[in-house]
Design a protein around this ligand. Structure first.
Ligand code: ATP
Length: 355
């Protein structure tokens, strides 16, 4: 028996019945519903106000039913309805963000994965402690401006999509930085970005073994970020600064990428360390997570962020990725989540994958 994440009372609403896969209609929800449907689960889409009309355009991604609430922050008052529906909530980036991490953690409805991870991910310093103590290479951090000896990126806490980040090529450049909130100063890592989609199953006893389960690589993407990705077309950094144009890192889309095969051992090692340390720190991270890092020219992968749930980049691979194709044809992350729930139901191990 593995680690129990859910107290027995939490699972009462889904005992002895086929659960309904539910999530907030946004982010990666079409993929989550599509995957759940392929695995034979009923689906429920939570919406703030009326259901989005464009869902009608995707009959295989649209949920079977909708639950409308006036505002996402008011979802806790519908917890009893969700339990009556036999819902299992699937967290995604927008769901946790719009509801608020504290409200999400407090919801008395079964949630896929370990909700304790939210407290570790939403605090940049705790996240860094987790990753560093796992032995994962991260960008250097500078405590004081006077210590800066290389290009840096200054990030605000909780900055959404990198808005307001400040880039400086050296210490002198940072004089133009006038903070408007708490921030961290990080080495600006030069290289190529990879956003690696992993899935950790505590139930699986085959494949790449980690802990008592296994680690799967389901896909990889790179984010399109405005305006930084196209900024070079307008002129030099100096010219842009004079014109009052600053770089921003707002995600607008995703493109698929592959890593050199010889780099896969390094990537798996990073994923395994993060999972192993999560088991020691808070009982383990279950299901999808994304390791976001930069591969340098000397082939070192420096991790600047981890997302501990399904990321929108997985939407590229609704019908499978070049990696997941070697696990099972047509396997998306959304479908993999549904498979894990089905297996846990069949083996009476739901407490190990829900919380
Ligand atoms: P999101 O909430 O969208 O994940 P965020 O506000 O948490 O964004 P990060 O993911 O840390 O911010 O960074 C946003 C972008 O900034 C990254 O996708 C990457 O392009 C760039 N970036 C972040 N850290 C570094 C770094 N140390 N070196 C170079 N680029 C970086």
């Amino acid at each position: 028996m593995g680690i129990h994440l859910a107290p027995p009372a939490r699972l009462g609403s889904i005992e002895g019945r086929t659960p309904t896969i539910a999530t907030l209609c946004s982010h990666s929800s079409l993929q989550i519903f599509h995957g759940a449907r392929r695995e034979g689960f009923p689906t429920l889409g939570i919406t703030a106000g009326d259901p989005p009309k464009f869902y009608d355009a995707f009959p295989l991604g649209r949920p079977d039913r909708f639950l409308s609430v006036p505002k996402v922050s008011e979802l806790p008052s519908s917890a009893a309805t969700l339990r009556e529906e036999g819902a299992i909530l699937i967290p995604h980036g927008s769901f946790v963000e719009y509801l608020g991490p504290e409200r999400f953690v407090a919801l008395d409805v079964p949630v896929f994965g370990n909700r304790a991870v939210i407290g570790w991910e939403s605090d940049r310093r705790k996240e860094r402690d987790w990753l560093e103590s796992a032995g994962v290479l991260m960008p250097l951090r500078f405590e004081e401006f006077r210590d800066i000896d290389r290009p840096v990126i200054i990030k605000y806490y909780g900055a959404k999509g990198g808005k307001g980040f400040f880039l400086a090529k050296n210490r002198a450049d940072t004089e133009a930085f006038h903070p408007t909130g708490p921030y961290v100063i990080q080495e600006y890592v030069l290289g190529t970005r990879y956003y690696v989609h992993f899935f950790y199953s505590p139930l699986s006893d085959r494949g790449y073994r980690v802990g008592s389960g296994s680690l799967e690589l389901l896909g990889m993407d790179r984010r399109d970020e405005a305006n930084i990705d196209e900024l070079y077309k307008l002129g030099s950094q100096e010219e842009l600064q004079r014109a009052g144009i600053r770089p921003t890192f707002v995600v607008t889309g995703n493109v698929p990428v592959m890593l050199r095969e010889s780099l896969l051992p390094q990537i798996f090692d990073v994923g395994a360390r993060i999972v192993e340390r999560s088991i020691e720190l808070f009982g383990g991270m279950v299901g999808p997570f994304c390791v976001e890092g930069i591969m340098t020219e000397d082939l070192q992968f420096k991790v600047f962020e981890i997302s501990t749930r399904i990321v929108a980049g997985t939407n590229l691979f609704i019908s499978g990725s070049p990696y997941s194709e070697m696990i099972e044809p047509g396997l998306s992350t959304g479908r993999r989540i549904a498979q894990e729930i089905r297996r846990a139901t069949e083996e009476h191990r739901l407490a190990e994958v829900l919380s």
